[in-house]
Design a protein around this ligand. Structure first.
Ligand SMILES: Nc1ncnc2c1ncn2[C@@H]1O[C@H](COP(=O)(O)OP(=O)(O)O)[C@@H](O)[C@H]1O
Ligand SMILES: [Mg+2]
Length: 357
């Protein structure tokens, strides 16, 4: 049997470059080499694409970049893949499928998905539109609202809009959302550029910070709630996992709590919440996935306000963290699907979606 040629793409230009190196190392180590021939493609923080043939351990440390070889994408549909050029000699690497293990902008936001659509190569992630919607906190909220899903109250402003009417805008935020409130760039992740504002001066500061990262920002009412996450898997008939809970030591689940606070941040699986609440969250998770027309996989993040018995969907992450210790695979492990099986399933789902087009 001919092996499938699988390209794993790691790194990327977003703030989650390092997370991607960790997720992809875990994935590379479980790929069944009897079925797949692997081509490793790294993207540096400056956006350079490099072919990597070295040791897997050097991906996490960043040393892979020193051994990377410049690559060129083939735009010929009869030769899907990439090639290297050495002394006028071209070496071709066929790609039957790619797994962009990239988080955040230019990886999870539909841009790289568009590239693979153009190249006609199946890829492991939601399609262009769903990825872009999943990444954009304002548009995903608007659609969730339209679908009648429970969300927190929010307002969206562009840089120009805010600059033109600062005082009225701030007054409006105070009246409609109150303090504390959360201020976020619309298109980012990893809690970068996000602040909790407790008063007017903090609000001005928070808005300034968020605008450093994006031309559009979203401001949300604060909810004192537990943070619950679920894993979703599938194309036309997606399945949902049990919920997991994130418990952290900081004031909110910020960048440090997410990636550096080994002691303070814990994942509790399954989340100790009442069964009827679990069912409600699962139902909303699937509806949210369908609302954004997601495919293959996504992690749905919720707030659970125990005191008022309310749930709110916060976001869908279309390429969730994927190390062995990450919430997404751990939730499936709880359902008896091992990490290795899960990776295989994702690849199958990508092929299935591509062949149904
Ligand atoms: N409206 C809110 N109320 C309470 N906490 C919030 C709110 N919005 C965000 N947070 C906190 O900030 C964290 C990051 O916000 P989130 O919207 O998930 O952005 P990101 O895409 O960067 O993960 C959340 O996990 C949560 O701890
Ligand atoms: Mg989040």
């Amino acid at each position: 049997m001919n092996k499938m040629k699988l390209g794993i793409i790691f790194g990327g230009q977003s703030g989650e470059h390092e997370v991607s190196l960790m997720s992809s190392t875990s994935i590379i180590n479980v790929i069944d080499r009897e079925i797949y021939d692997l081509t490793l493609i790294g993207i540096t923080k400056t956006g350079k694409w490099l072919l990597y043939n070295g040791e897997i351990d050097k991906i996490k440390t960043g040393e892979w970049e020193d051994e990377g070889i410049n690559i060129f994408l083939s735009l010929d549909p009869d030769y899907k893949g990439l090639f290297t050029i050495n002394n006028c000699h071209r070496e071709f690497y066929q790609l039957d499928i790619v797994f962009p293990v990239l988080h955040g902008p230019k990886g999870e936001d539909g841009t790289i998905q568009g590239l693979f659509e153009v190249l006609q190569i199946p890829y492991v992630s939601s399609d262009v539109m769903s990825s872009a919607l999943g990444m954009d906190k304002a548009f995903s909220k608007k659609l969730f609202e339209y679908a009648g899903l429970p969300i927190l109250r929010y307002q969206v402003y562009s840089k120009n809009q805010f600059a033109a009417e600062k005082e009225n805008t701030v007054k409006n935020i105070e009246e409609e959302l109150g303090y504390p409130c959360f201020v976020k760039p619309c298109n980012l992740g990893s809690s970068v550029g996000i602040s909790k504002a407790h008063n007017r001066s903090e609000l001005y500061e928070a808005i300034k910070t968020a605008f450093l990262y994006d031309n559009r920002i979203i401001i949300e009412e604060f909810v004192n709630a537990r943070e619950i996450e679920l894993s979703i898997l599938g194309n036309e008939t997606p399945e949902v996992s049990v919920p997991g809970e994130i418990v952290y030591a900081k004031e909110f689940y910020d960048y440090e709590a997410k990636y550096f606070d080994n002691k303070g941040t814990k994942l509790i699986i399954p989340a100790p919440i009442p069964e009827p609440v679990v069912e409600r969250i699962q139902e909303v998770a699937i509806k949210a996935y369908k609302t954004l027309n997601c495919s293959i996989f996504a992690r749905a993040d919720f707030f659970y306000d125990e005191v008022n018995d309310k749930i709110y969907i916060n976001e869908l992450n279309t390429i969730p963290g994927f190390t062995h210790g990450s919430m997404y695979p751990k939730l499936w492990e709880a359902a008896g699907i091992s990490y290795t099986k899960l990776v295989n399933r994702l690849l199958e789902l990508a092929i299935e979606r591509h062949s149904n087009k």
